[in-house]
Design a protein around this ligand. Structure first.
Ligand code: WT7
Length: 569
């Protein structure tokens, strides 16, 4: 920001911000953003934030979210943005893990045409952790909030009254920039640590190269929420480093009508658009006549991220949204990689519907077998990265050992991404999905074990097993098998609803199982491991695979019968 303002671009629009209600849309220039970031930095200093302190950000998609992130960066106080859809428990556990002392939140936000609350979740989180010293609250909806004078501070007052002068500090390239929590295959979410210099290089380089950005003429829109890494790299850090003009939208795609996104593209003449396959499939279902009502001739490039894009959705996206003119870049990367690793370069390399194609210049990716040997073209294996890259994660917050074990222990000198992939006969990469106990639901990463722990924390549950089953809309869906405690009897008529709500309360609504089956037993090997493969067969209505390693193969018959009965309900 300082660089761009100094170079004379202060009047350039950084964000066309669109609130869900619509009438409050506003443009924010680079100079205005700089002023507000300086004010927020001064306000945070007043609240006691010092270089190195962690700050949690729990906000809707409003400009203050960007301001808060940049204010933290300016002070060298690593931020951890917690998705607004996560529960109080999820917020508290992240605050605890990275020892954040300040939380920046809002009274609420607008979602599906109505205000939704956020501050109460922070209040609840404060009953679970005593680390939070100050809560800075943006007034967004004007709804009533509980107030603790010792802790709560209104953003309007503290930021609004602060000076717009703040000398930007300089830090080592390896100074921590942020911690982003993401689900792993075991236990609690992992705090992915990104540092300053390399991360910015990765975000800026890829945002410029893969999106073919022409900052003077493009209007760029990434629909990701700021609570995910895509919102960090491709809504905040990459575009702002490149002096881009972006759209930022607060709400859902179907409020007040199903053409909301296309209306925004038409209004702001968006030229580069970046979204997720799950959204594309939803729009496909809603029908071609909705996008057809809008002039989207400004679009010249489309991007996809978060999960494999099925060729049908890819072609629909290219033809119906891109009018057959705009190429699609299918971008593969992860929270850990910080920026895009595998993607076509528009106008430079070829693209195929369903393939992320090749590693971009500077990145060395490969597909290897169990021994870590590169597989020949036409075969499958595990996706790895073989050389370091600028925006690679530095470690897992507070857990170097887990960092080594998770990513670096499988094969010497190779980063193990956790994805299965194949190389086609041309040597182009097709990412197949996770090979660990991580599910991908609507492009969001969820851990089977984390949801299992949430279920088991319910007093009526004795044991639980969770699998990700293929789902036409969301890619994968959460399916849970639950054994109730004897004392719980049959759990009562509403047991499934009760358990689904319990998971939402423990983790967040996105983790709610699509299906919960109450079963008498779970299929286990002689060593006591749950055979998720068989449960996945049931959830996907397939014939059940090899059961010879089970202690008792009659268990599967019972489960399959139970599943058939619950499907009939
Ligand atoms: C996992 C990473 C990258 C930001 C959003 C998700 C899957 C991501 C693709 C793609 C196939 C993809 C992988 C990866 N994934 N992009 N273009 N094609 N799969 O970040 O939550 O860290 O998830 O998302 O399985 O490992 P994340």
């Amino acid at each position: 920001m300082d660089r761009h303002v100094e170079a004379g671009a202060g009047d350039k629009v950084a964000f066309h911000w669109v609130g869900e209600p619509g009438e409050d849309a506003r443009d924010i220039t680079y100079a205005q953003l700089q002023d507000e970031v300086c004010q927020a930095a001064n306000a945070l200093v007043e609240l006691g934030v010092q270089t190195g302190d962690r700050v949690a950000i729990y906000l809707p998609m409003i400009p203050e979210a960007v301001v808060a992130m940049l204010a933290c960066a300016r002070l060298g106080a690593p931020h951890t943005v917690v998705f607004g859809g996560f529960s109080a428990d999820a917020l508290a556990s992240r605050v605890e893990d990275c020892q954040a002392k300040v939380v920046i939140t809002a009274d609420g936000g607008y979602r599906r045409g109505a205000p939704s609350a956020l501050k109460p979740a922070v209040d609840e989180a404060r009953t679970k952790t005593d680390l939070i010293e100050k809560v800075l609250v943006v007034r967004r909806t004007g709804q009533d909030v509980a107030w603790d004078d010792n802790v709560d501070v209104w953003w309007d007052g503290a930021v609004g009254s602060a000076s717009t002068e703040h000398a930007c500090e300089f830090f080592d390239a390896e100074h921590p920039l942020y911690v982003m929590y993401t689900s792993g295959s075991t236990g609690t979410p992992k705090g992915i640590l990104h540092t300053t210099g390399g991360y910015l290089v990765g975000a800026a380089y890829t945002h410029w190269g893969i999106f073919d950005l022409k900052p003077e003429s493009d209007v760029y829109w990434c629909t990701a929420d700021i609570g995910w890494v895509t919102g960090h790299s491709y809504m905040v850090y990459g575009p702002l480093a490149n002096q881009a003009t972006s759209v930022m939208y607060e709400g859902v795609p179907d409020s007040p009508h199903k053409g909301r996104w296309w209306e925004i593209i038409e209004k702001y003449k968006v030229s580069i658009f970046y979204t997720a396959p799950t959204a594309i499939r939803t729009f496909m279902k809603w029908g071609d006549d909705i996008p057809a009502q809008h002039d989207m001739s400004s679009l010249r490039l489309l991007g996809s991220v978060g999960e494999p894009i099925n060729p049908e959705a890819y072609i629909w996206y290219r033809e119906t949204i891109g009018g057959g003119r705009a190429p699609v870049v299918d971008t593969w990367w992860q929270t850990e990689t910080g920026s895009i690793m595998i993607s076509p370069l528009p106008g430079v390399t070829a693209a195929k519907p369903g393939s992320a194609m090749r590693a971009i210049p500077g990145i060395v990716a490969d597909v290897v077998n169990d021994e870590g040997e590169s597989v020949p073209d036409g075969s499958g294996g595990y996706l790895v990265i073989k050389e370091p890259w600028p925006s690679m994660l530095s470690t897992l917050w507070g857990d170097d050992q887990r960092f080594k074990d998770t990513y670096w222990s499988r094969w010497k000198g190779m980063y193990f991404a956790g994805d299965g992939a194949k190389k086609d006969i041309d040597g182009d990469v097709w990412v197949l999905g996770r090979v660990d106990d991580v599910m991908n639901v609507s492009g969001h990463r969820l851990s089977t074990t984390e949801i299992e722990s949430a279920l088991v924390s319910h007093p009526k549950v004795a044991e639980a097993a969770v699998v990700g089953a293929t789902d036409e809309m969301t890619g994968q869906a959460v399916c849970a098998y639950v054994i109730l405690r004897e004392a719980a009897g049959d759990g009562g008529a509403d047991i499934v609803t009760e358990l689904r709500n319990h998971v939402a309360h423990e983790i967040g609504a996105i983790a709610k199982p699509r299906q919960i089956m109450i079963v008498p037993e779970l299929p286990k090997t002689r060593s006591g491991k749950i055979m998720r493969r068989l449960l996945r067969d049931v959830a996907e209505n397939r014939e059940i695979g090899d059961v010879t390693t089970l202690t008792d193969d009659s268990v599967m018959k019972l489960i399959a019968q139970g599943a058939a009965a619950s499907a009939e309900d």
